[in-house]
Design a protein around this ligand. Structure first.
Ligand code: SF4
Length: 280
């Protein structure tokens, strides 16, 4: 049985960078607290916890002697300031792609312009971005919500990094009708999710079974699973190698493997090793 990995899988750039920054702080002996879970993967969180990293829910839980970590989603400037006041050291692991959105929003607000952010208003990334343009930002989930916005002055339109392109373009189009001048439309969607889906799609038609490694509630892992299922009926979402069922692999000559953007490499290696062992 051949085990084939999709061309793109696992940690995206921003998540990998955040984990490396935390590992670096641990190596220097820091007592690390992350504001919110560093990544959406139970096994990786447990591994970091075993090294002394714990998660806090609010900056008020930070005190002297601690290193506070801002995760890849980023935070508002107020939250960052509070962390800096309370912690010994703050590690800013905001993904550079998110920082770009924050800076664009900040500059437009400084120029007195409106900022339309397309995405989920409850998502931590969106809350952080809005914090950079207080009083100027409007979050809409899609084009249908643009109708309820007030008239917009020289608007900037940006998106949540994980949004679908069509949702963003439709919303940006709708903003034109509300604006007093041509909007500045900046596509700030990150390609990590789409790249993983495209790679899984092109492999799925060539394998007899497909394993997606990722959290059972992770939306990007569930989307990967549905992409695989379109061409490979025997596609499974698993969190650990223990969930591989030998009966599902009966008669399989080629097995595909991919992983969500929060799945660590060590877990992927364990799954691949288990499959190779079973194949022999
Ligand atoms: Fe950064 Fe993209 Fe990963 Fe989000 S999905 S953390 S924007 S690399």
């Amino acid at each position: 049985m051949q085990v084939l990995l999709a061309e793109e899988y696992g940690f995206c750039f921003g998540v990998e960078r955040a984990v490396e920054m935390v590992e670096g702080a641990l190596a220097e002996g820091a007592n690390v607290r992350t504001l919110g879970p560093l990544i959406h993967n139970t096994q990786e969180i447990e591994r970091l916890e075993s090294k002394g990293v714990s998660t806090i829910d609010a900056p008020g839980e930070v005190s002297g002697g601690l290193t506070a970590v801002i995760r890849a989603h980023g935070v508002t400037p107020e939250v960052q300031r509070e962390l800096e006041e309370r912690a010994d050291r703050v590690i800013d692991a905001t993904c550079p792609f998110v920082t770009k959105v924050q800076k664009l929003a900040e500059r437009a607000a400084r120029e007195g312009r409106d900022v339309v952010v397309v995405g989920n208003p409850d998502h931590p990334e969106m809350i952080g971005v809005v914090g950079y343009a207080p009083g100027h930002s409007h979050v809409v989930r899609d084009a249908s919500e643009v109708a309820s916005l007030p008239p917009l002055h020289a608007p900037l339109v940006v998106s949540q990094t994980t949004l679908k392109l069509k949702t963003f373009l439709d919303a940006a189009d709708a903003v034109r009708a509300k604006a007093d001048s041509e909007p500045q439309i900046v596509n700030t969607i990150c390609s990590a999710t789409r790249d993983r889906q495209d790679a899984a799609r092109s492999l799925a038609g060539h394998v007899d079974a497909f394993y997606v490694i990722g959290g059972k509630h992770s939306s990007n892992s569930l989307k990967l699973l549905s992409v695989c299922k379109e061409q490979c009926a025997k596609s499974f979402l698993i969190e650990t190698p223990d969930e591989i069922n030998a009966e599902d692999l009966a008669g399989a000559a080629r097995v595909g493997v991919t992983a969500g953007a929060s799945t660590p490499n060590w877990l992927i290696e364990q799954v691949v090793a288990r499959l190779r062992g079973m194949g022999q």
